[in-house]
Design a protein. Structure first.
Lengths: 71, 392
């Protein structure tokens, strides 16, 4: 099995305050609700090639609400 | 402010209205971070000043000990001037905030971008042939004034009135509370008439929206509507005006950054976030309502805390090369829009206005430089108030 590590992103709903930084740096990985608070798109799986964007989203969140899970 | 006794010691007698602080606060905050990271002054009836990111964050997150019922440090405490949700604590905070959020999502703000671009160009048209301009007065301040008036459904021509109120509340009202109270009364009367009118004839504007919106089946109380309108008008203008002005001030002084942005427009979003970090305009305040301690410093009830997001944003423990403006900084968890439940509701609007203002200016006037003395606002919001530039 030559599978690389798969990543998933997750937004902690208790921490997100709607800064929208994740959506700005990685629009494919996040969706916003009508209040502008973010969630991971779908089940949060990060498509191959978008790992850097996932880490950027994490490191730009002022509330430390974006988590990355390595599977 | 020349009549104020100068601050004698930044750790024990700081004064955020001291001319040295107004003109260049960054070395002062650096000194504070090293010598006394939570400073205190007996001025203004007692104020604490955390200068490190982690302490600013701790205060912002702790709504139990630090209340938002007073968010501006003044010489004497005024009667309460509610402007929910910014002056609200849990549990009242949440409903007041939730109703304000939907009109300010990125998608909603995107719809205003064409209007902002047209506005920026109308303003540039007025001075482009002259070879010089006051970029703070003729450009930076006009964009947010007119755009928020447009959103609220108010006449853009009332801009002078709004600027007068803002100065009364945020600057003159710090040392003379009666001035802030007078402005609040005038705004109350002004907005009451519009609310009555929009209840009868609703339009596609924020006054109509706030007058009719419901949260969990409840409409907002009339005083809540007026309070939120007061907030949107005050918070939506001075702050972004300062943010835009600081971008232009930086670009006037740094030709390499200016040219790079003109040649690599794709880094503009990173640059705007970096300007927000390095020149974060807004300092909030909290009132200590229960005694507590942070990093060994006791906070006494009744005293205030200056919650300096600008100082937090310059903390080298959080941001490598914090005092350098790196226009393509990639990891930037800045706190310019605050932290925790009071995150600036207009952050997407502010970003859009700053981006449009810088982009349109660089398109029309790619080369410009400072042309005389720059003056800075004092108090709660920091930005250039006179910003003379010259260009060909």
């Amino acid at each position: 099995m030559a599978d690389a590590k798969r990543l998933r992103v997750r937004v902690d709903q208790d921490k997100c305050q709607g800064h929208n930084r994740c959506k700005a740096v990685a629009p494919e990985l996040f969706v916003l609700d009508e209040y502008g608070n973010a969630r991971e798109a779908g089940d949060g799986t990060v498509p191959v090639g978008m790992e850097d964007k996932a880490y950027l989203a994490k490191s730009n969140c002022p509330e430390f609400a974006v988590e990355i899970i390595e599977e | 402010m020349s009549t104020r006794p100068p601050a004698t010691d930044w750790a024990t007698d700081f004064d955020h209205l001291d001319p040295r602080w107004i003109n260049d606060p960054f070395p002062i905050w650096e000194e504070m971070r090293e010598k006394c990271p939570i400073a205190h002054t007996d001025r203004f009836m007692g104020v604490y000043f955390p200068s490190r990111y982690e302490d600013v964050r701790a205060v912002a997150y702790d709504t139990e000990h630090f209340s938002s019922r007073r968010i501006i440090v003044r010489e004497t405490p005024p009667p309460r001037i509610p402007a929910p949700p910014i002056t609200s604590d849990p549990p009242e905070h949440r409903p007041a905030r939730m109703v304000l959020l939907p009109p300010f999502t990125p998608d909603q703000i995107k719809k205003l971008e064409p209007r902002a671009r047209a506005l920026a160009n109308e303003l540039i048209d007025k001075f482009v042939g002259r070879g010089k301009a006051d970029a703070a007065v003729e450009y930076a301040q006009e964009i947010p004034v007119r755009l928020i008036a447009h959103m609220l459904g108010l006449p853009e021509s009332d801009g002078d009135l709004y600027r007068r109120w803002i100065k009364m509340v945020l600057e003159d009202g710090i040392t003379n509370v009666a001035i802030a109270v007078q402005a609040a009364g005038e705004m109350q009367q002004y907005f009451s008439e519009y609310v009555q009118q929009r209840l009868k004839n609703p339009g596609d504007d924020l006054i109509s929206y706030l007058s009719s919106v419901e949260f969990k089946g409840q409409k907002l109380a009339p005083e809540n509507v007026i309070g939120s309108l007061r907030l949107l008008l005050i918070a939506g203008i001075d702050t972004t005006w300062s943010g835009i002005g600081s971008c232009i001030w930086h670009l006037a002084k740094h030709p390499a950054d200016r040219r790079r942005l003109a040649n690599e427009p794709e880094i503009m979003p990173l640059a705007i976030e970096e300007f927000l970090r390095a020149y974060a305009p807004v300092t909030m305040a909290r009132e200590v309502v229960k005694e507590t301690a942070i990093n060994g410093c006791t906070f006494k009830p009744g005293e205030m805390v200056l919650l300096s997001f600008p100082a937090a944003c310059r903390d080298p423990a959080m941001f490598p090369d914090a005092d350098k403006v790196i226009i393509d900084r990639k990891e930037n968890r800045h706190a310019a829009f605050g932290l925790g439940i009071h995150r600036c509701v207009g952050s997407n609007l502010a970003r859009m206005e700053m981006t449009v203002a810088v982009e349109e200016l660089l398109k029309r006037i790619p080369e410009f430089s400072l042309d005389g003395e720059v003056t800075w606002s004092e108090g709660t919001v920091r930005g250039p108030r006179k910003l003379p530039i010259t260009f060909n």
